[in-house]
Design a protein around this ligand. Structure first.
Ligand code: 2IT
Length: 445
């Protein structure tokens, strides 16, 4: 395989889809040596087939705002790959949403879901609808209109959407209600549902909890511990909340959080009360963290990111490419020990390269944040069995899954000096499972 030639032809086909091309190049670079040991994959055109989504739905989402005006947004579902199970992946509602972003997310999701050990293919979807400043009624009407189109394309055994940025329990409830009306069935077709109507305990916490279980294992693999470590974290949404909560429970000290308006530095560290306040900030739909500063006597830095702080661990929990080369060099100069992406593709390629050239323990999103979708998989299992597990049962399974992902990273990412290349490990392990599943099912697989 010649990566540059492959990428040049992909770029010619999909010009300007920067995030998608970035995600593909990262995986190809990691898997090249393994791929070259499998001429049968090359002969079966596995890579050419794997980088293209199976299909993409795009649709119009008209809705009526509170002033009685008709608004129109774009809706999408990218069904990327179902070699190992039904399509599975979140919906993102954010002004920045476009096909490049959803294709990168669907591509990543395919490998991430493979790593979870559960039978789930990869998908992603969403809309350029922004929640900022919207009333609850507007959000509900938008969700209904979105599902009016999407419902024909999804199903409990075909494609199971969930939340992502901008889609939390409230939006899932509205989407689910409309699906029930149209399908006249209560199939559990979305995950992240409320606990009273088929949701799973621990699903809201799962992405952040799983990330911290993984980070704890990365540290212990290299003879470090989590207790007493100082953590800079970005974001203030569901993922950041779960990460802050578990980090604090495990004895680490979280000193930052951030939003589009800037970042908060809280020298005393987040407490359970402060972490609960993150949920209030998010529910306000104002997309700001500044009110935290006045409320808890912390510092607010408008327009800045938290990566200039001297910390032991950095956890990007907001969005793709939020930590760039300059941020990475700053963290390295401040002797950061570990950087784990909790957001999908949180670090730019330049940042990753800087971490890998230093001795920073870097771990990619598709391994670190897989606990969210894994627990969605556990929600699907409970729905299919028509029962629900206790929080302890789900948490124990989540821990086991994260530990298994860590083992896969060690298996495929162990270097000669004993250090673990988590990016390579995660990419190769995910790729090998998807590639084998496709190969065994022939050219339609
Ligand atoms: O990026 C992700 O893994 C998610 N947004 C969760 C997807 C899911 O189906 O739970």
């Amino acid at each position: 395989m010649d990566i540059n030639r492959f990428m040049a032809s992909l770029e010619a086909k999909h010009p300007g889809e920067l995030e998608y091309l970035q995600a593909v190049r990262e995986v190809l670079t990691s898997i090249e040596p393994f791929y070259n040991q499998h001429p049968e994959f090359e002969k079966a055109g596995i890579l050419q087939r794997m980088v293209e989504p199976d299909r993409i739905f795009t649709f119009k989402v008209p809705w009526v705002d509170d002033s009685g005006n008709v608004q129109v947004n774009q809706g999408f579902r990218v069904q990327f790959n179902n070699a190992i199970g039904p399509y599975k992946g979140g919906l993102r509602f954010h002004a920045s949403v476009n096909l490049s972003i959803l294709k990168f997310l669907g591509f990543e999701q395919t490998f991430k879901n493979a790593l979870t050990t559960l039978p789930m293919g990869g998908a992603k979807g969403g809309s350029d609808f922004s929640l900022r400043g919207k009333s609850a009624g507007e959000v509900e009407r938008f969700c209904h209109s979105f599902m009016l189109e999407l419902w024909q394309s999804i199903g409990a055994n075909t494609d199971v959407p969930a939340g992502d940025i901008g889609v939390g329990a409230r939006e899932i409830g509205y989407l689910y209600a409309m699906h029930k009306k149209l399908a006249r069935a209560n199939t559990g077709v979305l995950t992240g549902k409320g606990i009273d109507y088929g949701g799973s305990l621990i699903r809201p916490e799962a992405t952040g909890f799983g990330a911290l279980y993984f980070v704890r294992q990365v540290l212990s693999q290299h003879s470090y511990g989590l207790a007493g470590k100082v953590i800079a974290l970005s974001g203030f949404g569901n993922v950041a909340w779960g990460a802050a909560l578990k980090a604090t429970q495990l004895g680490a000290k979280v000193v930052t959080l951030s939003g589009p308006d800037g970042y908060i530095y809280d020298d005393e560290g987040l407490t359970l009360e402060k972490i609960a306040y993150m949920q209030e900030l998010r529910a306000s739909n104002n997309d700001v963290v500044e009110p935290y500063a006045a409320r808890f006597g912390a510092e607010f830095y408008p327009g800045e990111k938290p990566w200039g702080r001297k910390v032991d661990i950095a956890l990007p929990c907001a969005t793709q490419n939020e930590l760039d080369g300059d941020d990475a060099r700053q963290l390295i100069a401040n002797k950061v020990l570990c950087v784990a992406e909790v957001s999908n593709m949180g670090c730019t390629p330049e940042a990753i390269e800087a971490f890998q050239q230093s001795d920073v323990l870097y771990a990619p999103g598709k391994a670190v944040n897989a606990g969210g979708v894994a627990t969605s998989g556990l929600e699907m299992t409970q729905n299919a069995m028509h029962l629900s597990w206790s929080a302890d049962e789900v948490d124990a399974k989540l821990k086991q899954i994260m530990s298994n992902i860590h083992d896969q990273c060690v298996r495929y990412g162990k270097q000669e000096d004993g250090r673990i290349d988590y990016m390579k490990g995660a990419n190769v392990a995910g790729f090998m499972k998807v590639a084998k599943a496709m190969y065994d099912q022939g050219f339609l697989g």
